[in-house]
Design a protein around this ligand. Structure first.
Ligand code: HEM
Length: 173
């Protein structure tokens, strides 16, 4: 028997308690249509509409045309609503699929995504209450720039869940 602590710890088999949980390997999407995950299909809308919002704000700043302020109001409103829909499908996936629920990065994505949705909601609400023209400069466009950074981070991190951790994908055959 060895008394050397280093040699002793090396001889022990290290076990990750999380990966030992039942259902850890169950990562296939459950919120899907014919095997196509609804979350992955719906996230394109809030991402694209957030880009449209900052685009409309920049055009309003440049031209002073009220049309662009109205376009910004619609883009951020629909971006928020589609984002909420995407968020519900993602949350259902997170709660229903044991292998997704067990992984910390899935919860990190949830927290980043909720911050993004809060920013989109604040941006929309601010424009609705202040007036869609007066709201753009300076706070509306600042909120849009912040939302753009956050939505990019959310999408990039969501991509990592799929491409690095293989969450929501079917098992390779
Ligand atoms: C708010 C709660 C959310 C939760 C719990 C959540 C959870 C997830 C999960 C579990 C995945 C892995 C794929 C799957 O199982 O379908 C995923 C992927 C992804 N998520 Fe979310 N998500 C949320 C919101 C959002 C939002 C608001 C966006 C973007 C605006 C977003 C962008 C993405 C992207 C781009 C992917 C990768 C999709 C792909 O490449 O196929 N997520 N999310």
């Amino acid at each position: 028997m060895t008394t050397d602590p280093i040699e002793h710890s090396n001889s022990e088999e290290l076990i990750d308690p999380i990966s030992e949980r039942p259902g850890f390997d169950q990562t296939e999407s459950r919120v899907a249509i014919l095997g196509h995950p609804i979350h992955a299909m719906s996230v394109a809308f809030p991402v694209a509409l957030t880009f449209c919002t900052i685009g409309a704000d920049l055009f309003y700043w440049w031209t002073g045309e009220p049309f662009w302020a109205r376009a910004g109001l619609w883009a951020v409103g629909t971006g928020f609503l589609f984002g909420m829909a995407a968020g519900f499908s993602g949350t259902a996936e997170l709660l229903l699929v044991s292998g997704i629920r067990a992984r910390a990065p899935a919860w990190t994505h949830f927290i980043i995504a909720v911050c993004t949705l809060a920013l989109l909601g604040a941006n929309w609400g601010y424009r609705l209450t202040t007036g869609y023209i007066d709201a753009v400069l300076p706070y509306g466009i600042l909120l849009s720039a912040l939302s753009l950074g956050m939505v990019a981070l959310t999408g990039w991190h969501g991509g990592k869940l799929v491409f690095d951790y293989r969450l929501g994908t079917s098992k390779s055959s």
